[in-house]
Design a protein around this ligand. Structure first.
Ligand code: 13P
Length: 253
């Protein structure tokens, strides 16, 4: 447990947020400047429509802005899609790839997720690669097999501790108020750490492994205190500065 990476608390706004919601970005920015996230890095991933404005509000601050998805190609005839270069141009430094909602709603495969993660890294941005099992898979005792396959098959070439973050998000815990026990989180994170070290060697110790799924101010300290949990990927509770900073406060003091 020496040389632990700096934790990351990232908010995934999903398909939520209008221009009026930028007031929450300003409030988060001010709370972080006042020390509210302690030693953690903070990132906000708003919808693509708000990235440029959010990045403007957070310019010259320690808050990072991220996208929630990107196309694998740099540009071209892909109506409605957004490339990693475009997200970078708008001010993003992170991009979430392989979120379970994209895997489900858009039938994204591990191969597609890998291509997206490679595009993110090629653009000089950092990928937050999401993995996680369904309720049926957990009940069938397949959690580690599923997560292991997802990591193996969606692992981008050229990844390093600087360019890749892995987020473990059990699908059944997303937006449900349910969370795995700390022991269950510890088991999966230890397994992911092992996989990452196998793929990256010594650099794997520095890859941040986030937990996501119903993280709230009331459970953040317990979940963030689990071994090999280096931060959180937060959905619903990231939409207000109050709740999001209540989670980031787990890294204060
Ligand atoms: P909730 O925090 O709303 O459960 O969402 C988690 C998530 O999917 C973050 O990417």
């Amino acid at each position: 447990m020496t040389d632990r990476p700096r934790p990351l608390v990232a908010g995934n706004w999903k398909m939520n947020g209008l221009i009026a919601s930028l007031s929450e970005v300003s409030a988060i920015r001010d709370a972080v400047a006042a020390g509210g996230a302690g030693r953690a890095e903070v990132a906000i991933c708003p919808p693509a429509t708000l990235i440029a404005a959010a990045a403007g509000l957070c310019k010259d601050t320690k808050i990072a802005i991220g996208g929630q998805d990107c196309h694998a190609a740099r540009n071209g005839a892909h109506t409605g899609d957004i490339s990693a270069d475009m997200l970078k141009d708008a001010g993003a430094t992170y991009v979430i790839v392989g979120h379970s909602e994209r895997r489900t709603d858009h039938a994204e495969t591990n191969e597609q997720v890998r291509a997206k993660a490679e595009a993110v890294i090629a653009s000089g941005l950092k990928a937050i690669l999401c993995v996680g099992e369904s309720k049926n898979e957990r009940e069938a005792g397949k959690t580690l097999a599923v997560v292991g396959d997802q990591i193996e098959q969606s692992w981008p070439k050229g990844a390093s501790a600087k360019s890749l973050v892995v987020a473990y998000e059990p699908i059944w815990a997303i937006g449900t108020g349910l969370t795995p026990t700390p022991d269950d989180v510890a088991e999966v994170h230890a397994f992911i750490r092992h996989q990452v070290q196998r793929l990256l060697g010594a650099d794997g110790a520095g890859v941040r492994l986030l937990y996501g799924g119903s993280v709230k101010p009331s459970n953040a300290s317990e979940l963030m205190g689990v071994r090999d949990v280096d931060g959180a990927l937060v959905g619903g509770a990231s939409l207000t500065a109050k709740d999001f900073m209540g989670i980031a406060a787990a890294y204060k003091g």
